[in-house]
Design a protein around this ligand. Structure first.
Ligand code: C2E
Ligand code: MG
Ligand code: MG
Ligand code: MG
Length: 287
C-alpha cells in the first residue's frame, strides 16, 4: 500500500533491500501456491469454457466461436486465463489443461449439434508448450474421435511467434493437423516478428488481427495503415481475416471497408458461459 511504499522510500538502503527480498519471496510463494492449486483444479474439474461469438461483418451472422478457459476457484471465484495460463505454461501444467480444453470444446460443440442447434466451428487456443510436444496430432485426433465431432467444426489457434520457431518442423506439424480436416488460425497477428515470406508456406486459413491494432484503428493513422496492410497481405495469401476486440460500430464499419471478413469483440458479445452461448446460437436460427 501507499503508506508502506513511502515509508520504505524514505528509509535506508538496507531496509529497501529487506523489503525487496521480502516481496520476491512473496511472489515465489504465490507462484508455488498457484501451481499447487492448479494441480487441484485439474483433479477437481474446476475449469470451464466460455465461448465468444465471431460475426460475419457483412451478413452479421454467427460464423464461429472461440473457446476461452476460466478457472472456477472455490474462494476466488472466476479467475481469468491471463492470471493462470502463464504459470500453467511455465510449469508444464498447460499440457493436461490444454488437453481438457480440446476435449471439452469438441464434446460441447457435438452436444449442441446433436441438440439441433445451428453450430459453427469452435476455435481452441494452443500454447507453445502443447505445440512443441510430440503428441499434439494424436491428441487432436483422439479428441475428435472421442467426441465424433466433424473436424471441420474445429479450429486451432496458434500465436504468430510459434511460426518462427523451427520453421520446417512447424510446417510439417501444421500440415498434419490440416490433414485431420481441422482449420488453423494465427492468433494475435501483428505483435510478433514473422517474416511475411514464410507465411505463405503455412497451411493456415484465418489470420486474427491483434486487439492492440483494432483498439485505436479509428484515431491512430499508424494502426489504420498496419491493419489495412495486414488485411491486404492476408487476402493475397488467400487467408480470411478476423479482427479481435471490436468494441464499436465505427471500428466494425471501418474494418468492413478494408475488406476484413469477420469480427469478434464486446460489440457483439463478451465470452459467454455455455448455456448463454446456446441461446445465442438459437437466436441465429431464422424464424
Ligand atoms: P486470445 O486468444 O487473444 O483471446 C481473446 C481475448 O480478448 C479474450 O480474453 C477475450 O475475452 C478478450 N476480448 C474479446 N473481445 C474483446 C473486446 O472487445 N475488448 C476487450 N478489451 N477484450 C476482448 P480472455 O478470455 O481473458 O483470454 C486471454 C488470453 O488467454 C487469450 O487471448 C489466450 O491467449 C489465453 N487463453 C484463453 N483460453 C485459453 C486456453 O484454453 N488455452 C490457452 N493456451 N490459452 C488460453
Ligand atoms: Mg485466441
Ligand atoms: Mg487473440
Ligand atoms: Mg490476445
Amino acid at each position: 500500500n501507499a503508506d508502506t511504499a513511502m515509508y520504505f522510500a524514505k528509509d535506508s538502503g538496507r531496509n529497501n533491500y529487506q523489503f525487496f527480498k521480502q516481496s520476491m519471496n512473496t511472489a515465489a510463494t504465490e507462484r508455488l501456491d498457484m501451481e499447487r492449486q492448479l494441480r487441484i483444479a485439474i483433479r477437481n474439474d474446476q475449469f470451464e469454457l466460455h465461448y465468444q461469438p465471431q460475426i460475419d461483418l457483412i451478413t452479421k451472422e454467427l460464423v464461429g466461436m472461440e473457446a476461452l478457459i476460466r478457472w472456477r476457484h472455490p474462494e476466488l471465484g472466476l479467475v481469468s486465463p491471463l492470471r493462470f495460463i502463464p504459470i500453467a505454461e511455465e510449469t508444464g501444467l498447460i499440457v493436461p489443461i490444454g488437453e481438457w480444453v480440446l476435449r471439452e470444446a469438441c464434446r460441447q460443440t457435438k452436444v449442441w449439434e446433436d441438440a439441433g442447434l445451428k453450430v459453427v466451428p469452435v476455435a481452441v487456443n494452443l500454447s507453445a508448450r502443447q505445440f512443441l510436444k510430440g503428441s499434439l496430432v494424436e491428441t487432436v485426433a483422439s479428441a475428435l474421435a472421442e467426441s465424433r465431432l466433424d473436424p471441420e467444426l474445429l479450429q486451432l489457434e496458434i500465436t504468430e511467434s510459434l511460426l518462427m520457431y523451427e520453421v520446417e518442423d512447424t510446417i510439417q506439424l501444421l500440415s498434419r493437423l490440416n490433414e485431420l480436416g481441422v482449420s488453423l488460425a494465427i492468433d494475435d497477428f501483428g505483435t510478433g516478428y514473422s517474416s511475411l515470406s514464410y507465411l505463405k508456406r503455412f497451411p493456415i486459413d484465418h489470420l486474427k488481427i491483434d486487439r492492440s491494432f483494432v483498439r485505436d484503428v479509428i484515431n491512430d493513422p499508424d494502426d489504420a495503415s498496419i491493419t489495412s496492410a495486414i488485411i491486404a497481405m492476408a487476402h493475397n495469401l488467400k487467408l480470411k481475416v478476423v479482427a479481435e476486440g471490436v468494441e464499436t460500430e465505427q471500428q466494425a464499419s471501418f474494418l468492413k471497408e478494408l475488406g476484413c471478413e469477420f469480427a469478434q469483440g464486446f460489440l457483439y458479445s463478451k465470452p459467454l458461459p455455455s448455456a448463454e452461448m446456446a441461446l445465442f446460437m438459437q437466436n441465429e436460427i431464422p424464424a
